[in-house]
Ligand binder design. Structure first.
Ligand code: ZN
Ligand code: ZN
Length: 190
C-alpha cells in the first residue's frame, strides 16, 4: 500500500526522522535564511526537513547560506580579517573557517576540502566531513585525480537533496579540470 502511495504522490508520505523523531515528508519546502528551498530527504529519513534546514550555516566569507550536503572550503583568515560572529570554526590552531564554494567566494573549485553533512548519530547536528580536495588529490597522484573519497561522500550527499546531487555532479567535472590545470601550472615545464 505504501509503495502505491509513493508511486501516486511522489513519496510525500510523512514518516519520522530516526534521529530527531519529528514527522517529515520525504520532499518539501523549507525556509533557509529567508529563502524558500525544496529539499529531498533520505529514505528512510534520519532528520526531518526542518531539522535539516536548521543545520544550515553561513559562509565565513560571503555570508551566503551553506546547506547540508554543500561542498565547503577551510581557508585560514589573514590576521586582519574580522571574523563574523556567525562563522563556523573547523579548527582553532591554525584558525580554519567553514566557507562556501561559490565561484566568487572560493579561490577555485580545487579548494573543496569537504562537505557540510548531517551527523549520522546526533539529531540537529551537522559537521564537516573532510575529504581530500581535488588539488590535494592531484598533487598526490601526480596530476591524476583519484575521486574515491569524494565520490563516496557525494553518495551520502546525493541522498540528502536532489538539487545538490545535480550540482555536485556538474561541479565535480569542473573541479577536476580546474585542479588538473592548477597542478599542471605548478609542475616544472618540460
Ligand atoms: Zn526534526
Ligand atoms: Zn562564501
Amino acid at each position: 500500500m505504501k509503495a502505491l502511495f509513493n508511486k501516486l504522490f511522489g513519496r510525500m508520505i510523512k514518516t519520522k526522522g530516526s534521529l530527531c523523531g519529528h514527522e517529515t515528508a520525504l520532499r518539501g519546502t523549507v525556509e533557509v535564511f529567508g529563502k524558500t528551498l525544496t529539499l529531498k530527504n533520505q529514505d528512510p529519513p534520519q532528520h526531518c526537513l526542518q531539522c535539516l534546514a536548521d543545520m544550515s550555516i553561513r559562509c565565513a566569507w560571503c555570508r551566503e547560506p551553506i546547506l547540508v550536503g554543500d561542498p565547503i572550503t577551510l581557508y585560514t583568515p589573514r590576521p586582519t580579517y574580522e571574523i563574523p560572529d556567525h562563522a563556523v570554526y573547523y579548527s582553532d590552531n591554525p584558525v580554519q573557517l567553514v566557507g562556501c564554494l561559490r565561484w566568487d567566494c572560493a579561490d577555485s573549485g580545487a579548494s573543496r576540502a569537504g562537505f557540510w553533512l548531517p551527523s549520522e548519530t546526533e539529531a540537529g547536528v551537522a559537521v564537516v566531513q573532510r575529504v581530500l580536495s581535488p588539488l590535494e588529490q592531484c598533487m598526490m597522484g601526480g596530476g591524476t585525480v583519484i575521486v574515491n573519497d569524494a565520490s563516496n561522500v557525494a553518495e551520502a550527499v546525493n541522498n540528502t537533496t536532489a538539487f545538490i546531487k545535480e550540482y555536485n555532479e556538474k561541479m565535480e567535472i569542473v573541479w577536476r579540470k580546474r585542479a588538473e590545470e592548477l597542478v599542471d601550472s605548478m609542475l616544472p615545464g618540460e
